[in-house]
Design a binder for this molecule. Structure first.
Ligand code: URA
Length: 186
């Protein structure tokens, strides 16, 4: 099972490159940050886009936000390798600017395929950029920490982005509390 998934994910990663997805971003980035973790994970985290460290290391959430995400995972007895982590946009936007609507739209079909291969029970979006792909028009301030059933039966829990919570004590506590809710689901 997991070997098949790994092969399918490798093929999908290559397809993104072959299809020339977001070529302008690709040209400025070191490389594609496709995703990492356990391909059989029941929980899939989806962030926004790689930052500088992620771009250099080719792995999502390895910088300051990643450190905080690791802490949050640990607080509910999960390790990085218990989950799978990716981003909606898989190349670093220059100067860490927000990914554009067009960039998110271009990557969406590949993200959906990636989700189909991993087949998680719960999708956790981190921040509004990935949340909006599943809940268009949703307000993160209203839906964070709640459980939504998607059409295909997969559960979705939108959370604040760890970077937003890093320097904001109130959001930090909200994110901690939402992770406790996530623990209740799994
Ligand atoms: N922020 C994200 O949204 N994704 C990363 O991979 C790193 C920081």
């Amino acid at each position: 099972m997991s070997n098949n998934k790994k092969q399918a994910l490798k093929a999908l990663e290559q397809q993104i490159i072959n299809d020339g997805v977001c070529l302008e971003l690709a040209k400025q980035a070191h490389g594609l940050v496709f995703g990492s973790g356990n391909v059989d994970a029941k929980i899939l985290f989806i962030g926004e886009a790689p930052g500088k460290k992620e771009d250099l290391q080719g792995e999502p959430f390895v910088g300051a936000s990643g450190k905080f995400l690791n802490e949050m995972l640990k607080s509910i007895n999960l390790m990085r390798n218990d989950v799978y982590i990716t981003n909606i946009v898989k190349y670093r936007p220059p100067n860490n600017r927000d990914p554009s609507m067009a960039e998110k739209a271009e990557f969406l079909p590949y993200l959906l395929k990636q989700i189909e291969i991993i087949n998680p029970r719960v999708i956790v979006t981190l921040g509004r950029h990935s949340m909006e792909q599943f809940l268009p028009g949703g307000k993160i301030g209203e839906v964070h920490g709640t459980l939504v059933k998607l059409e295909n039966g997969t559960l979705l829990m939108p959370l604040y982005h760890p970077a937003a919570a890093l320097y904001n004590g109130k959001l930090r506590q909200i994110l901690k509390d939402d992770f406790v809710s996530l623990k209740g689901v799994i």
